[in-house]
Design a protein around this ligand. Structure first.
Ligand code: PLP
Length: 360
């Protein structure tokens, strides 16, 4: 019997992924040239499907990298001459901040304790910050930053670039992609694909900044500098030999999601999240970790375990129904559960999971 993965990444595969990979092998996509028309057609299709799914303006570029870690580095290299500003409330947002210092930028942060989130009203952006780094869903703690707050952050700081890490949430957050400057994700979380591809969405405002930095400083990177990525994107090509199979499958998954409809996916996500949170609240030995309901993630549900042992629950649920729950992050491993609520799992599976946890 196959397992069902409720882990927050790598995660359960979207139901159509396996067939799309089989089709990719049938079409011998592992052997085609990335300078061929066949590849350009694949890139164009994936770009179009993502633009439809996430309501991305025609003028934006979509680029492929190794994963989101690379995009953290690239966006800092290409848009921050001196200062970046980071909203930090967990391990992933912290790492983005650390990368900036490592790249010898002056990195500012506004930090909140693990489990707390950000509202625009309390954010003070340093005057000289060039890039504001936000995280739509802090995967470690299950805290979301609502699109409304991200939008206000941009509107209040029109002269600065705003980027959104959507790794464990896209395409769920209804972001105004014509307003914010950049968003990015890796495919192995909320898109339900095997790891091996990062997706970087950038508005022309990023390219302008990168071109200016390139002229002034002379260095914004090599094969994956934004100007180089963009020049290639205009021909639907990549600077290097890319992960063609994953780019193909991502386009197909985005097409499947478009057929379902993004509104349906968003509503389903919220329904499943509500069922999971309601259960955690009512269950004697569980509790919701994130106290402010506005900051509770809709895609990664983090639950405190009281009296019982978290590892024991994970083990028993797997033995009972073959479902894999994520453990708490870092120091919270022994006392928390993380349940991924991505589009790849349905309500019936969520209900089966809940029944199994009750039996523990
Ligand atoms: C997992 C994760 C990343 C890093 O993704 P990689 O694919 O490992 O590069 C970045 N940000 C968030 C919010 C994540 O959950």
């Amino acid at each position: 019997m196959k397992k069902v993965f409720f882990t927050p990444g790598p995660a359960e595969l979207f139901p159509t992924v396996e067939q799309h990979y089989k089709d990719a092998f049938d079409q011998q996509l592992g052997s085609i040239s990335h300078r061929s028309q066949r590849f350009r057609d694949i890139y164009k299709h994936t770009s179009e499907q993502l633009k439809t799914l996430m309501n991305i303006p025609e003028s934006s570029g979509i680029f492929f990298t190794s994963s989101a870690n690379e995009i953290w580095e690239r966006i800092l290299q290409n848009t921050v001459e001196h200062e970046s500003f980071h909203l930090v409330n967990g391990s992933f947002s912290k790492k983005f901040y650390d990368f900036s210092s490592e790249l010898h930028k002056y990195a500012h942060k506004f930090e909140k304790p693990f489990g707390e989130g950000f509202d625009y009203s309390e954010i003070i952006v340093p005057e000289y910050a060039e890039l504001i780094c936000t995280t739509a869903n802090e995967t470690a703690s299950g805290v979301q930053m609502r699109p409304s707050e991200i939008h206000k952050t941009k509107r209040g700081n029109k002269d600065k670039l705003v980027c959104v890490d959507t790794v464990s949430s896209a395409p769920y957050p209804d972001l105004d992609m014509a307003l914010i400057d950049s968003a990015f994700f890796s495919v192995q979380k909320s898109f339900g694909m095997p790891a091996g591809l990062g997706v970087w969405i950038a508005a022309p405002s990023l390219l302008e900044k990168a071109e200016r930095m390139k002229t002034h400083e002379g260095n914004v990177g090599t094969y994956h500098s934004l100007p180089t990525l963009w020049k290639n994107f205009e021909k639907f090509e990549t600077p290097e030999t890319p992960n063609v199979m994953a780019i193909y499958v991502l386009g197909k998954v985005a097409e499947d999601m478009n057929k379902i409809g993004i509104d349906v996916i968003r509503k389903e996500t919220e329904k499943k999240a509500k069922v999971l949170y309601d259960f955690a609240e009512k269950c004697d030995f569980l509790d919701i970790f994130v106290k402010n309901p506005d900051h509770r993630s809709q895609t990664v549900i983090v639950i405190d375990v009281k009296e019982k042992n978290a590892a024991d629950i994970i083990k028993k649920v797997q033995a009972d129904v073959n479902m894999v729950i994520g453990s708490g992050y870092g120091d919270f491993k022994a006392t928390q559960l993380r349940i991924a609520n991505f589009a790849a799992v349905n309500m019936e599976q969520v209900e089966t999971l809940i029944e199994a946890i009750k039996r523990v």
